[in-house]
Write a protein that binds this ligand. Structure first.
Ligand code: GLC
Length: 446
């Protein structure tokens, strides 16, 4: 797709997404301005009271790191148009327009870097505040009787210059930026059938992507500019298999919420359990993908207790199991149902989503494993290959299809979010179609 080095990205696998803006004060979804058709002048009241006195980006970075995340991506501007940095191109910024009066992105970047994590920006291509951004089917003014006439006074060329100018500020003023998530295009795609579609021509995508790479050589960019980027971005669903474009596998990252909303959503308690979140992470890696998991901080700048508990729970699992995540990806072996495999060199990680009684039968692995252990406590798991000709009888398992490896499991499911068995593959079994991977070094502790 491009020349960017995705090495760190496909190795690290797990990042934190942060959606923070004036909508955090409304606390009823980041699309509140559009959903409730709130006029600009009325929406601006949130800027008048935005005072995030609990904001401590070091604390955010620490929580991300403890969860095992390796990069953090923050909304510099969402569709509402409000800038969390000291933009010189508008007054609608945290610095000029709020009682807080300080650049939030500067301290964020510093804290994330200091924690040794990679820094990413999310930047909205849409802007419901800017007077030149034309009204379309997503815009808060879409139901105004004169919506289409209002567009006569709006000029996307001027907006484009503003968009590019703000990106220039962000990519020149804050040191090295590793990652950019542009959001989003709705031209010619069936998923977003809406009047007034917008895409590459509206954003000046080719030029914007060129500018992005020129200002930040080495940056990786997502695929939502309506032209190809470095990785693709499934949202709020788990792909059923490794993702492809034109028949070729592509790097991908699923972005997921804790409760269905990206911005802080006070009354939405549809939280995913820690176990489900870990399964989503594992499921993605088993299909060669990343997980960008979102937290929507409150208007005071804190993670709410449910988000904190989720991150801590994932961190507890990652402390014991990150070996099956970092540097790992899809395996060529096919797992049985309710199991996900990830592989790193000669290690095959068996993630058991539903703990069976007594035995786990793994097709195609007979003779290919030299050792097996539970990952969380390095306790041995005994292995058997049962003669396919044997018939099941009173107290004896019957034969399995040729090539099946049978693992003997304890009755008690290990008390971790997702139990993992680490298989040490024989050297020839570890060789993959791509020419074979070297024996896996243990990844550095997070
Ligand atoms: C979207 C939504 C949005 C969210 C984003 C995250 O397309 O517009 O609110 O920020 O996806 O991926």
């Amino acid at each position: 797709m491009s020349a960017s080095d995705l090495g760190w990205f496909t190795h690290d696998r797990f990042g934190l997404f942060i959606h923070w803006g004036l909508y955090s004060l409304a606390a009823r979804h980041e699309w509140v301005m559009s959903r409730e058709r709130i006029p600009v002048e009325e929406y601006e009241k949130y800027a008048d009271v935005f005072e995030p006195d609990l904001y401590d980006p070091r604390e955010w970075a620490a929580q991300a790191k403890d969860a095992g995340m390796r990069y953090v991506v923050i909304t510099t501007k969402h569709h509402e148009g409000f800038a969390l940095w000291d933009s010189k191109l508008t007054d609608y910024t945290v610095v000029r327009r709020t009682p807080w009066g300080r650049d939030l992105i500067r301290s964020f970047v510093d804290a994330v870097r200091e924690a040794g994590l990679k820094v990413g920006f999310y930047h909205s291509l849409l802007d419901w505040h800017h007077p030149d951004f034309t009204i379309d089917g997503f815009h808060p003014r879409r139901d105004d009787p004169d919506a289409r006439e209002q567009n006569a006074h709006r000029d996307m060329a001027r907006y484009r210059a503003y968009l590019h100018g703000q990106v220039r500020e962000l990519l020149t003023g804050y040191g090295r930026i590793d990652y950019l998530f542009y959001d989003f295009s709705y031209a010619g795609d069936d998923h977003h059938a809406v009047w007034g579609p917008k895409g590459a021509d509206d954003w000046g995508s080719e030029e914007l992507l060129r500018l992005t790479r020129e200002l930040q050589p080495g940056i990786i960019v997502n695929d939502r500019l309506n032209i190809p980027g470095d990785f693709v971005t499934p949202e709020q669903y788990q792909p059923a298999k490794p993702m492809e474009r034109d028949g070729e596998r592509v790097p991908w990252e699923a972005c997921q919420t804790l409760n269905g909303s990206w911005g802080y959503d006070r009354d939405n308690h549809d939280d995913k359990s820690v176990e489900l979140l870990v399964r989503m992470l594992v499921d993605g890696v088993s299909k060669d993908g990343n997980l960008l998991l979102n937290v929507g901080p409150t208007g005071r700048g804190a993670f709410d207790p449910r988000a904190e508990a989720a991150l801590a729970g994932i961190g507890e699992w990652m402390r014991l199991h990150s070996r099956s995540i970092y540097g790992a990806g899809a395996s060529t072996f096919a797992p049985p149902s309710d199991v996900r495999y990830t592989q790193r060199g000669d290690r095959l990680y068996v993630h058991v989503f539903a703990w069976p009684f007594g035995h786990l039968h793994l097709p195609g692995l007979a003779g290919k494993v030299r050792y097996a252990q539970l990952l969380h406590d390095a306790s041995e798991i005994r292995r058997r290959e049962i003669d396919p000709r044997l018939e099941a009888y009173t107290v004896g398992l019957g034969g399995m299809p040729p090539g099946t490896l049978t693992l003997e499991l304890p009755v008690q499911r290990p008390d971790v979010a997702v139990p993992v068995i680490e298989l040490f593959l024989e050297d020839d079994a570890a060789a993959r179609e791509d020419g074979g991977l070297p024996r896996a070094p243990l990844p550095a502790r997070p």
